[in-house]
Design a protein around this ligand. Structure first.
Ligand SMILES: *Cc1c(COP(=O)(O)O)cnc(C)c1O
Length: 383
């Protein structure tokens, strides 16, 4: 006998809802690639690059194979390698520091701001000191626009400039966000993003992009992206990677970019509804003046110790939640030997115990959101 679930399960990110909206357009876009068979660097890649650059106002956009490769391209283009330090947060997805380690440089972890979850500009000096104590030359600050909210670029840029550091923005979660009338992609000399399926602008597999206004860096990254090619593909002038974006993924992204602004507006409305419904029972995200996020994740903070029970209560009602990130990088086996700024990362450690992300995507309807809110409020009131 079939057991009826008491509650229909809710998806955390509803990829299928967007697919229904786009309908046959993506099928047709993929079919066009299947017809012309230029699977590698086909015309859709350059077309997408032009549209991405126009969307954010950057001079150059380069498609690449993933957000991780985008970071590698940026680091390699700046010649960052062994003996160099790159300051980055530990409260992020591992790829941020992984790319630094892959080029042979050393990630140095700095603490984040509790209100924005992003790199704390006042923690940079301590990170620089930790890098120098370890005998390293600080070369870059890698900001992360966590959960889709731009980092404190105006505060970080002058500190970076004073120390000769390049700012590399890991905007894997924030493409589309606005910072004082400028879009992500133009807030740092190099900006990287990811089109992994759970990111706000995503493809149907792996993909990423790098943005810059610098012609020389763009040319360098175009070469590095294809095995360090020179005049042609059998002329190799530097060490590179196989970092291209597939033509099929570019074709998918062109269609999705058409509705992206509309989806961002829907995400914003959903975030505002969560704020209003939850601000009296949890710490809801607080955005600095003049910034808009893209809500890659909608993340609240709960009293320490309440989270496991709340998650279990919601899961019992078919409501998925997530913890991003339960174990910060400076506590991960692969990264714990790298230098840490100051006397540890107390804010990062606290956030790892308190954060909880709720279902968030552009197609979350009000009835479903109300069900999530009601369940969360009930769970918190009984903790
Ligand atoms: C997703 C993500 C990446 C990596 O992107 P991939 O496309 O999965 O390689 C890097 N940094 C951050 C902060 C991310 O969220």
């Amino acid at each position: 006998m079939n057991q009826q679930p008491r509650f229909a399960p809710i998806p955390f990110v509803d990829v299928a809802a967007q697919r229904r909206r786009l309908g046959a357009r993506i099928d047709a876009a993929i079919a066009r690639v299947l017809a012309h068979c230029q699977f590698i660097m086909g015309p859709e890649v350059a077309a997408l690059e032009e549209k991405l650059a126009a969307f954010c106002g950057a001079r150059h956009a380069l498609g690449c194979a993933s957000g991780t490769d985008a970071l590698l391209l940026a680091l390699m283009a700046k010649g960052i390698g062994p003996g160099d330090a790159v300051i980055c947060p530990a409260f992020t997805f591992c790829a941020t520091a992984e790319a630094v380690a892959l080029v042979g440089a050393t990630p140095v972890f700095a603490d984040v701001d509790a209100a924005t979850f992003n790199l704390d500009p006042t923690a940079l000096e301590a990170a620089l000191a930790a890098a120098r104590r370890a005998g390293l030359t600080p070369k870059a600050v890698m900001t992360v626009d966590l959960f889709g909210l731009p980092a404190a670029y105006d505060a970080i840029a002058p500190i970076a400039a004073a120390h000769g550091l390049v700012v590399i923005a890991d905007a894997a979660q924030s493409f589309g966000a606005v910072y004082h009338d400028r879009r992500v992609g133009t807030l740092a000399p190099l900006t990287t993003t990811s089109f992994f399926p759970s990111k706000p602008l995503s493809c149907y597999g792996d993909g990423g992009a790098v943005f810059t206004d610098d012609d020389d860096l763009a040319a360098l990254m175009r070469s590095i992206r294809i095995h360090g090619q020179g005049a042609d593909k059998y002329d190799n002038v530097r060490i590179g990677i196989n970092g291209r974006l597939d033509t099929i993924q570019a074709a998918v992204l062109i269609e999705k970019l058409e509705i992206f602004a509309d989806e961002l507006a829907a995400r914003e409305a959903i975030a505002r509804r969560y704020d209003a419904a939850l601000r009296d029972v949890a710490v809801v995200p607080r955005l600095p003046e003049g910034l808009t996020g893209v809500w890659a994740l909608y993340t609240i903070r709960l009293p320490a110790g309440a989270r496991d029970r709340v998650m279990a209560a919601l899961a019992a009602q078919g409501i998925p939640t997530g913890v991003y990130y339960p174990k910060p990088l400076h506590r991960q086996g692969a990264y714990r030997h790298y230098p840490v700024a100051g006397n540890g990362l107390p804010v990062t450690d606290r956030l790892a115990d308190e954060v909880l992300s709720l279902p968030m995507h552009a197609y979350l309807d009000e009835a479903t959101q109300d069900r999530i809110v009601a369940a969360l409020r009930a769970a918190l009131n009984s903790v």
